[in-house]
Each structure stands twice: as C-alpha cells, then as structure tokens.
Write a protein that binds this ligand. Structure first.
Ligand SMILES: [Zn+2]
Length: 172
C-alpha cells in the first residue's frame, strides 16, 4: 500500500481490481517496449472478472492522436459485445484518463472507472477539468483511483528518464 493513496480509495477496491490492473500494467509495459508512452487499459466485466478487451497506448505506431489505451480498449470491447454502449462494464487504466478519454468513457456508459496513478499534468478526472463533475457530463461512472499507482508511475518515470538519456546521447 503506497502512502500517498487516499484511504477512501483503498476501501472501495473490488477483488478483480488488482488482478485486472496487473494486466493493464503488462499492456503499458508492452507499449513502452514499442516506444509509446506506457499506459495500458482493460475493459472487464466486474461481476465475473472476465476480460473483454485490453490495449496499450499506440498513437505513434498507428499515426493516430486518438489512439490512447482507453480509446483502443473501449473500441475493441464495443466490437466484441456488438454494442456501442458498455453499460455496467469496468474500465481499468494505469493512469488517470485525459479529457478525451473521460469523454469516451462517458459516451460508452462505463459503469466503473479504476485508474492507477494520478496525472496532474494531463488528467481530467481528479485534475484539470474534472470531466465527470461537469454540468455537460451526462454519464458519470463510479471512480476508483490509486490502484497499483506506484507501479504505474514507476513505469512512466523510467520511460521518460530513458528517453531523456537517449536524447542527451544523440546530442553529444
Ligand atoms: Zn486519453
């Protein structure tokens, strides 16, 4: 248990959250291996623990600025269940979603959002626009943050550190 996780987060975790977050972290690691920012997302049926879809960040590889892990996982899940609404399903993602992904989560009617590390710079759930609390947001998932947050942020920090070193080496 990391010391910076609010106590309120800790008590709302379900049995599947940790297991599913580990799958999301594996997707994030795979993204990093491909030179993408390490973020991973999984759509899961909370009732059964069945994984519907999983994806890592791929904007660079797909030449697609919208190819965030959450968007790819939502698209794959909707294709799989044959419905543009994923009402009641849970989205588990390693990093606090941005405004675009928060919007997509709301459109998909995701029942529950579980995220790992908070993102003070780009997050839109507990930072910035706090999308789900806005008057123009018409579907608010239940939100659980701080699940394996330290693993997620360690992955991100390691990735950016390695990238800075590569750039420094290229310059020298
Ligand atoms: Zn996003």
């Amino acid at each position: 248990m990391t010391k910076d996780v609010p106590t309120a987060w800790v008590f709302c975790m379900t049995n599947h959250d940790l297991r599913t977050m580990r799958i999301a972290l594996a997707c994030a690691q795979a993204a990093a291996d491909n030179g993408e920012t390490p973020v991973g997302a999984v759509v899961v049926d909370s009732a059964t623990g069945e994984v519907i879809s999983s994806a890592g960040n791929q904007p660079i590889g797909l030449n697609d600025p919208t190819a965030h892990a959450e968007i790819l996982a939502l698209r794959a899940a909707a294709q799989k269940v044959g419905n543009y609404r994923l009402t009641g399903l849970t989205l588990v993602v390693t990093l606090e979603p941005c405004a675009m992904c928060a919007g997509a989560i709301s459109h998909a009617r995701i029942g529950r959002l579980v995220f790992g590390a908070e993102d003070a710079k780009g997050g839109a759930v507990v930072h910035g626009p706090r999308f789900f609390e806005g008057a123009t947001c018409h579907w608010r998932p239940e939100v659980q943050g701080g699940v394996l947050a330290e693993e997620s942020s360690t992955l991100l920090k390691g990735f950016f550190k390695a990238r800075r070193q590569t750039k420094t080496n290229e310059r020298s």
